[in-house]
Design a protein. Sequence first.
Length: 372
Amino acid sequence: MKKFSFGELFKKGTTSTGRPSRAATRIRQSYNEDILAPSFAPEEDHGPPNASTFPCYDFLRNAGILEDFLTLVNRAGLTTYMSDEREQYHMLTKIFVESFQFDNKQYEPTVAFRIYGKTVTMPLKDFCCALDIAPVGTASRIDDNPRDLLELYRGITEDDCRTIQRGKIRNIQLPAIKYFAYYIATSILGRENTSNISSYHLAFLHIALTGQTSYHLGALIARRLTTRGPIFGGTIALRVLTYLNLPLDPNDVPLAPRRLDITAMKSHHFVTTDSTLDNMVYRMLFSDGEEKEIPLPQPGLLSIDRQSWSCTKEEVDEHMKIQEFHQQHDSEDVGTSYDHTVTYPGASSSTYPEYDPSSSYYGDTTSWDRWD
């Protein structure tokens, strides 16, 4: 198989100064040409803003995926961002996102936006500093169907070789990776429709799983903020406001907080509808459409440190048979065998883990390459 370097997968960046802003037109062509999933119907930028979601540590802990999730967050350099759970605000978020523009100039890319009535233009590297995300990697648009990201998608979905335009977050097999993808989708690359996957999600997953990437995550966030659709980005707007030392409007209204708790994860078909925090059953989807229900936690089967980031049906069945064998010999009161195969039809309180300050990209900037 021919191998490609990341540099071969990008087109030369172009500026966006000539296009209208989000608020300039009610309906316009999407500038997010990187989406791998089907296009949504034309949407307006109007409507109430949505709060960025926070992780639910009770859910993660009881599912047995907290450590793996925090590892992915740390590798992606998002620990400081994730731990920022301050209130988000209605007017701040709406004005910031609707006015946001990204100009990918060759030597110094910039972003422009409004904080209430104040217009601000800042270098992309300062925008990254506000989010505490490393300003490294190419800021050019990702080419159509990049080989590296397509191979990653197939690697985390049990070699799902269907048309990539039909790629779904739900096809991801390991629960920690899938939860991280939903977190990215609803907190950083916020979308009302969290079913489809995109090259943006996969770029974040690539660095989270490997620790290495040439994709500029700050540029991906900036490009996402310029696209039409439901308004997200409350945490981003708040961190930028704080970075610029600007005051919060005392009349602004807080947005209702949202978490990826068990209720939210049921809606994503992550766990069965009758799951509880003390009795979770994970729904694993295979490339042929078959689904298996797996009681959580399952660290031996579903850890991100396993050799492969997906499982075969035979591997799952063998693991569950061995587990049931041990359970039958460890208990005198043995229930009926659990059928793990089904046919696929088509906010809680949290505690906060201790974070390692070294996981922040802004702990030490001496090793960063110069922006070219």
